[in-house]
Design a binder for this molecule. Structure first.
Ligand code: SUD
Ligand code: ADP
Length: 329
């Protein structure tokens, strides 16, 4: 066995444009109706297969720890900047499971450069894990010529769903083998119908320097008697109806607001910035609002950087594709 070349990609974050709770399941998970869009706020991940067993993961912040800490107005050793390098990191979990499933010899050298904050509801860890599965499969094919391409989608999908409810979304549309930006997700988030946006989405995202546990938010949520439906939004995003005819919704916003006092100021500032459809994404704490153009989003983000009280990462973003391209070096 030899070492593979380096495989790299840029795992994108996501926003939940809509999230409704349909039922609480016996296994503790919730049945969802959610609409996810990938955005161009991205980590960087490099993976190569090596002769040394295990996963050697190094993590840094692309903009530098000092700069991110300054934006968040916290010390450099604050837990908001801590990213695990052991098996708590979903990248390590993904590659270990891939090694076991494919019965690979050797291990992995991995470099992860973070941009996406953790505990933000932006799915950074899940996206990194999905990318690790894709890169790991590609690298393994280089050293193990007997890997069957027909097993690829089945294996990646089942490992992704095992690692987390959000991970399958970031694999993209494996069956149709096309790049897409959006999906309607049901089940616990793993049943996906991918679609292409009629028009790009522009938004401003505020991560208000607070990390929220997804499990804690779900433990405080309530399943409504009459759930709202994502149908109107799905039709508008696909250009079937006029784009103004939709509203966004997030059933996790109320329980998350009870866990962090940083969400309300983010929503208030976004709504005062001349943007529309202000909401929290996923289980929070990040909040977003839609803009008409990249220029409007950039101007609003700049203004918000000087008006938002306290530390925050504030970015103008637009819809992006899943999966992102793989490079080999
Ligand atoms: C809320 C969402 C919305 O997209 O995203 P994030 O805010 O985490 O990004 C997802 O449902 C999160 O997906 P993910 O972060 O992968 O969650 P998992 O690791 O599978 O589950 C963490 C915990 O959340 C709860 N959970 C998760 C998914 C779901 N459909 N119902 C749940 O009740 C369960 O208590 C579970 O133990
Ligand atoms: N690759 C990773 N990048 C960042 N955080 C990670 C990673 N793997 C595991 N974690 C852990 O996952 C948790 C949050 O995951 P993340 O997906 O970033 O947030 P959210 O579920 O809110 O979208 C944090 O506790 C963090 O320590």
């Amino acid at each position: 066995m030899t070492e593979s070349r380096w495989y790299s990609t840029s795992p994108p974050a996501k926003l939940n444009l809509f999230l409704e709770l349909l039922a609480r399941r016996d296994d503790g998970f919730h049945e969802l109706d959610t609409v996810m869009v990938a955005i161009d706020w991205r980590d960087e991940l490099r993976v190569r297969h090596t002769t040394v067993p295990g996963v050697q993961l190094s993590v840094d912040w692309t903009d530098g720890r000092t700069s991110v800490a300054a934006e968040l107005q916290v010390d450099e050793d604050n837990e908001l900047l801590l990213v695990p390098t052991d098996d708590k990191n979903l990248v390590v979990r993904a590659l270990n499971r891939l090694t076991e499933t494919l019965r690979l010899e050797g291990g992995w050298e991995v470099q992860l450069s973070k941009n996406i904050p953790s505990g933000a509801g932006m799915g950074g860890a899940s996206s990194d894990a999905a990318s690790a599965l894709k890169l790991g499969w590609a690298a393994a094919c280089e050293t193990q010529s007997d890997l069957s391409a027909t097993l690829k989608n089945e294996t990646l999908l089942s490992l992704a769903a095992e690692i987390g409810s959000d991970v399958p979304f970031f694999l993209g549309d494996l069956e149709a083998d096309r790049v897409v930006q959006c999906a309607h997700a049901t089940g616990r988030g793993e049943k996906l119908k991918f679609f292409t946006l009629a028009n790009p989405l522009h938004a401003v995202v505020i991560y208000p320097a607070a990390s929220i546990s997804t499990a804690q938010v779900y433990s405080r949520c309530q399943v409504p008697d009459s759930p709202q439906s994502s149908n109107d939004l799905l039709r508008a995003l696909q250009g079937i109806t006029a784009e103004s005819e939709f509203s966004l919704h997030n059933a996790l916003q109320a329980p998350a607001r009870g866990l962090s006092s940083r969400i309300d100021p983010a929503l208030e500032c976004l709504s005062k910035a001349g943007l529309t459809h202000c909401h929290m994404t996923g289980s929070g704490s990040a909040c977003f609002a839609l803009a008409d153009s990249s220029q409007q989003a950039a101007i609003a983000a700049e203004t918000l950087r000087s008006t938002f009280p306290g530390g925050a990462l504030i970015r103008a973003v637009m819809s992006y594709v899943v999966p992102s391209e793989i490079h080999i070096a």
